[in-house]
Design a protein around this ligand. Structure first.
Ligand code: ADP
Ligand code: MG
Length: 238
C-alpha cells in the first residue's frame, strides 16, 4: 500500500502540473505552427524547406505530448455519458487496423455477451484503447496477431488485450507507467500513465502483465452503468 500511495501522489502531482501548463503551451504552439507553415510555403530553398519540415514535425510532437497531459487536467471539465463499450471498441479497432495492416498484423476481436453499457468519458476511453492497442502493434513482429476480448458479468465490463510481441523485462516492468519512461526511440512514455489515470478515474482497474519474448496482456475492468450514478451524472450536465 505504501507503494500505491506514492504512485497516486505522483499522478496527482503530474495532474496538477498538467492542468496549469497544458493550455498555456497550446496557444503559442498553434501560432508557431501557423507561421512555420507560411514560411515553408514561401521558401524556395530546398534545405530550408527540410529544416522547416522538421520544425513542423517537432511542433506536432509537442502538441501530442501536451494533449496527452490535458487528459490529466481538472476532472470537472470531463463529461460522463452512457456509452456502449462494444461500439467504442469497434471504432478504435477499425481505426487501428489501418495501421496494423502495414505490419501485416491481424487484430482479432472476441465479444462475449451483449451488455456493455458504462458511464464514461468516451473520448478518454477511446484514448486508452488506442494507447494500449498501439503499444501491442509496436511490440508485435510482422505477421503477428493481437487478441482483443470484451466480456461482462453482472457488474463489470472486462477488456483484455493480448499480444505475442517482445514483452517487457522484469527490470523495465518496475518503471512502466512512470511519466516519460519509454524504451522506444520515438516514444513519449506517457501512454500507460495516462491510461491508468483514466481507468482509475472511471473506478476501474488497469493491470499489465508481461513476459519477455513471450508477450504482454493488459486487463482493464470498468463498472457497468449503475442507475443511480447515471442519473446523478445526467443532472450534472448543464
Ligand atoms: P511509449 O509507447 O511512448 O513508449 P507507453 O507509456 O505507452 O509509452 O509505454 C511505456 C513502455 O512500456 C514502452 O516503451 C514499452 O517498453 C512498454 N510497453 C508497453 N506496452 C507494451 C507491450 N504491449 N509490449 C511490450 N512492451 C510494452
Ligand atoms: Mg505507447
Amino acid at each position: 500500500t505504501e507503494r500505491k500511495l506514492k504512485e497516486s501522489e505522483k499522478l496527482s502531482l503530474v495532474g496538477e502540473l498538467a492542468s496549469g501548463v497544458a493550455h498555456e503551451i497550446r496557444n503559442p504552439l498553434t501560432s508557431l505552427k501557423g507561421f512555420t507553415k507560411i514560411i515553408y510555403q514561401k521558401t524556395r530553398d530546398k534545405t530550408n524547406k527540410e529544416y522547416l519540415t522538421i520544425m513542423m514535425d517537432e511542433i506536432d510532437r509537442i502538441n501530442f505530448i501536451v494533449s496527452e497531459f490535458m487528459v490529466l487536467s481538472k476532472p470537472h471539465l470531463v463529461k460522463f455519458t452512457s456509452s456502449d463499450l462494444s461500439s467504442v471498441l469497434h471504432s478504435v479497432v477499425t481505426l487501428l487496423k489501418t495501421q496494423a495492416v502495414l505490419k501485416n498484423i491481424e487484430i482479432l476481436t472476441a465479444i462475449v455477451g451483449n451488455d456493455f453499457l458504462t458511464t464514461c468519458e468516451e473520448n478518454q476511453i477511446k484514448q486508452v484503447l488506442v494507447n494500449v492497442i498501439k503499444n501491442s502493434i509496436e511490440a508485435t513482429p510482422d505477421g503477428g496477431k493481437i487478441y482483443v476480448k470484451l466480456e461482462s458479468d453482472n457488474s463489470t465490463i472486462s477488456l483484455t488485450i493480448i499480444d505475442e510481441g517482445v514483452g517487457i523485462s522484469m527490470e523495465d516492468m518496475k518503471q512502466i507507467g512512470n511519466p516519460f519512461f519509454t524504451t522506444k526511440t520515438e516514444g513519449t512514455g506517457l501512454g500507460i500513465m495516462v491510461s491508468k489515470k483514466i481507468i482509475h478515474n472511471h473506478n476501474g482497474n488497469f493491470v499489465i502483465k508481461s513476459t519477455q519474448n513471450k508477450g504482454t496482456t493488459v486487463s482493464i475492468t470498468i463498472p457497468k452503468t449503475n442507475k443511480a450514478r447515471q442519473e446523478l451524472t445526467e443532472n450534472n450536465i448543464s
